[in-house]
Structures are given as C-alpha cells and as structure tokens.
Write a protein that binds this ligand. Structure first.
Ligand SMILES: [Zn+2]
Length: 520
C-alpha cells in the first residue's frame, strides 16, 4: 500500500514543514554515528519523535475565566515546541465538540475544527459527542474546517468500507509515522449501523497497522477515542501499535502507561485543553517499537508560553457574528464554585425565572464544568450547565411524590439532589434529608429534562400513587434554559447589590431546618 492509497484526499507533503537545519545536523552528527555504532549493518535505526496530544477538547476555544486552558494555549505550546525541535507530531483523540463554548454550539463545532487547523494537527479522531446524533453532512463540514479528513477506521458505510479515512502516513522530521483513528466502539447501550465493537475494532486496527508498516511506517500510533483500559485491550489485539493516544474518560494520566505483554504506551491528557500531553520518544524503525520515552502533561497556562493571538482573533471574530451574547457580564465570582453550589443556584434560578414553587438541579446530571473565580459571563454558565440544561420540564407533583424522589434518590444514587423552594432536615435513619412539605398538596416543580427522567424512575420504583395522573402526561416542556435562567437570576441579584457569596448564603439559609424552626 502506498502513501497515496492510504491518504487519498490529502497531499500530506504540503502539510509537513521540512525539519529544521539543526534537527538535520543533530541527526547527522549525533544520532547517525550512535546508531551505526550500535548496529553497523543498517543505518540509523533509532530516531527521535516528539508528540503533542490532546483529547476531549469539547469546544474549549478559549481560556476559562481564571485564564487556564483552551486551544490558543495549545497553539502557543505547539509553536514553541516547533521552534525548539523542528516538527512535532500533533494529534487529538476526539470529542472535539459540544458543551465547552457558546460559539462552538452556535457554529456547530466549526470554530473548533478551524482553530485546530491553525494549530496544525496531523490527525484528529472522532469522539462519541462528535458523532452521535450528528448528520454525516455536518461531519464533512467539520473535515473542511479542519483542512483534512477525520481519522476513523471502525465506522463502516453500507459498502463495508470505512466512512472516514482510516489511516494515514505522515513524515515528522526523519520519522515516517503511521496513524490510525478509532472512535468509541459499539457496546451495550451504544449501537450504530456500521460501528464495530471493541474486538472487531481491534482487528481492524491491527490490519491498518500492518498495512502502515508495510507502506514504510517507522512506528504506528493509534488515535483512539477510548479510555486507557480499553486501549490496553486493543493493544493485545493490535500489538503492532506502539502508542495509543487515549480519550473519552477524561483521565489525568501524568506519565505514560506501559501495557503488559505488548509494551505499548497509553497516554491521555484529561479534557478541555487544560493540559496537553508531551512525549519524547526514541523509536526503533526496524521493529517499530518505542525503545525510550519521556512523557508528561503540560498545563495550558500563560507561564511558559503565550496563547496564540491568531486563534484568539479568530474566536473573537466568531463571537461577534455567531454569539455576541456570550460575553454579556453576569456577576463577579470570588472563588471557584462546587457542583453542589452550582446545582443550588440552578434550582433557585429555575424556580424564580419560571414561576414554579420548587426547583431541582441534580449536579451529577447537569453540571459539566466548574464556575471558576473571576468575571462570569453568559458563556461561563453555558459551559457549566448549558448542554444538559437546554431542555427543561415543569410538572405538578404532590408533597409525598417529591419526598419519595428526594429521599429515594439520596438512598439509591448516593447523591443529594440540589433543590430550592422547601426546607429539609435530616432524619434519624441514615441521616437522609427529608423535605418539609404537605404530603397531599400539589406543588409546581421545575427541573432539567434529564432529571425528570430520574424522578419518573424513582417514583415508579417507589410504587407511585396509582390514583394520581400518569407522570408522563404531567410533564410540560418549558421554553427556557438553565443557563439563561442563571444569567437572568444572577444579573438581577447583582443589580440589587448582592454578591454571589451573599446569594448562596441566603439560599442555604432559606432551606435549612434551623431557620424553619425559628420561622414557624
Ligand atoms: Zn467521549
């Protein structure tokens, strides 16, 4: 298989800057004689390769309020490495899109792929968030914005051929790198026509890896939207792969994991471009194995390198046209808020902004990012709760039903629902919080649709009142969003002269049983 067969749509030679003079000199003066001394019958079997890897960027096209993370920093970091080392391999293991920025949402991820094109990625895999419920036509537009095909070997079309480019060869300095992409495999609860399961994905990966080696790859790298454990399983099926760039599980892997038996390396750089992974590898081209390595996660902050001004400019321009409301100031935040605090604020914002008596906002279901210290704008709230909080439900529930959900979920879910609009106190048994509500009275309750699904499940398992109207029919979709409710609620409190800390203290007091005793 030739390079052009592997890579039909791209002229990779145009994408590769030539290695610097110093790198060539280094190879000539240092690496070549060393290698010749080690193995006289073959020239330079050992070669150096520097790799930068990211995963689960999720539309983080700019730093957070506390100045950390985002693609402008990744670009600045890669540019600095290229100045130091000549060319470096830059790959991303997928979940490029969704939930990280209003601009990303409004442009359907195009802004993020466009920014990645400017970073100069050599391969980008497809995550489940990039793929699920996304029409193929949009993925093709993502490829256009990225300036290259997405890499994915385990999603097949009706003709049993991969829907995307499965593998490609790129030259990084003196090293021919074979790259194979994999998206999250089919498993129980995740099916899609043409999507292979983990074993079949592993066999496909092995096939592509062998073809890449035959086509001249010195080393094969899998860019793989699977957690580190699944990558270790894939390694057993495809021992030809020397390095797995993992994703999906948002693991902070500070040093490469060595897979027992195969010796392959598995790396992952958490999520949201808070870190980028940096690997310095020594590759044996005869065997395709990594013989020496150093790896770490590098924090994407402005201490060692500047964010890329071109990408910052691109994002600012896109905000002006696609999301001018993203930077509308809401409130100053004195310290990073916990998921529970965000849930409490969300519950109260939903309650007051929709005119309901009770609001619920379950942190584990809804909160996707922290609210860091700093100036919070609408985009901050979109990033924290926008995706899941886009769909809201209101319903009439009796006090007994609310209590059944509230205590049942604490018992089963090992988590306390966050709420606003009633007082609760700890009961003797197990210390569960019990709401102070009239059992037979009906209350208007509002919550994210995702949580409503849990309410229905909880009430069914608790043997809900058979005389009450069916739960499904009581639910009413609301034309509002959690991020919008938080923006409006907290902006109003700020205009009344309250700080975020004061708002939180007031909400806690309003639902605490001690206050209930003194007020009643
Ligand atoms: Zn994922």
């Amino acid at each position: 298989m030739t390079q052009s067969q592997l890579c039909p749509s791209l002229d990779t030679s145009k994408m590769q800057p030539t290695p610097s003079f110093f790198l060539r000199l280094w190879l000539l003066v240092v690496a070549l004689p060393l290698a010749v001394a080690a193995r006289p019958e073959q020239a330079a079997p050992l070669a150096q390769l520097v790799v930068v890897h990211t995963n689960d960027i999720h539309d983080h096209v700019r730093p957070r309020e506390d100045g950390a993370g985002g693609l402008p920093y990744v670009a600045g970091f890669v540019a600095q490495l290229r100045r130091q080392h000549g060319d470096v391999l830059v790959v991303d293991a997928g979940d490029v899109t969704e939930k990280g920025d209003l601009i990303g949402a409004r442009t359907h991820g195009l802004i993020t792929y466009e920014a990645m094109r400017r970073v100069g990625y050599h391969a980008v895999a497809i995550g489940n968030h990039d793929l699920d419920r996304v029409p193929l036509e949009r993925l093709r537009r993502h490829e256009k914005a990225l300036g290259q095909r997405l890499l994915c070997a385990n999603l097949l079309g009706p003709d049993d051929q991969p829907l995307f480019e499965p593998a490609r060869l790129v030259r990084i300095g003196e090293v021919q790198v074979g790259l194979v992409g994999l998206t999250l495999a089919a498993h129980e609860g995740r099916t899609r026509e043409g999507l292979l399961d983990l074993r079949a994905s592993g066999r496909r990966l092995a096939h592509e890896a062998r073809a890449l080696r035959a086509a001249g790859a010195d080393v094969v790298v899998a860019v793989c939207h699977e957690g580190t454990k699944a990558c270790a399983e894939l390694s057993q099926l495809a021992p030809e792969v020397a390095l797995f760039v993992s994703a999906h599980t948002h693991e902070i892997v500070r040093a490469p994991i060595v897979v027992p038996g195969t010796g392959a390396l598995v790396v992952q750089a958490s999520s949201y471009a808070r870190w980028a992974g940096l690997l310095k590898l020594e590759v044996d081209r005869r065997t395709g194995r990594i013989v020496r390595y150093g790896g770490s996660l590098v924090e994407m902050t402005g201490e060692a390198f500047a964010p890329d001004p071109a990408i910052q400019g691109l994002v600012a321009a896109a905000e002006g046209t696609a999301a001018p409301d993203a930077s509308v100031f809401v409130i100053e935040n004195e310290r990073s808020l916990t998921a529970s605090e965000i849930g409490l604020l969300g519950a109260e914002a939903l309650r007051t902004q929709t005119g309901a008596e009770i609001g619920f906002c379950l942190p584990s279901q809804v909160v996707r990012d922290v609210l860091p210290a700093g100036r919070l704008d609408y985009n901050s709230f979109y990033r924290a709760v926008g995706l899941i909080g886009a769909n809201l439900v209101a319903a009439e529930l009796s006090g007994a039903e609310i209590a059944a959900y509230f205590t049942g979920w604490q018992r089963n879910g090992k988590e306390r629902p966050e709420w606003a609009g009633f007082r609760a106190q700890r009961t003797g048994r197990g210390g569960l919080l019990q709401p102070e509500l009239e059992p037979t009275r009906r209350y208007r309750v509002v919550m994210p649709k995702r949580e409503w699904g849990l309410v229905m499940r909880q009430l069914k398992s608790a043997g809900a009142d058979r005389t009450a109207p069916a739960l499904k029919e009581r639910a009413q979709r609301l034309d509002a969003s959690l991020a919008g409710a938080l923006r409006d609620y907290l902006s109003a409190r700020r205009e009344q002269g309250q700080s975020l800390r004061e708002v939180l203290a007031e909400l806690e007091a309003a639902r605490s049983p001690t206050a209930a005793l003194t007020n009643h």
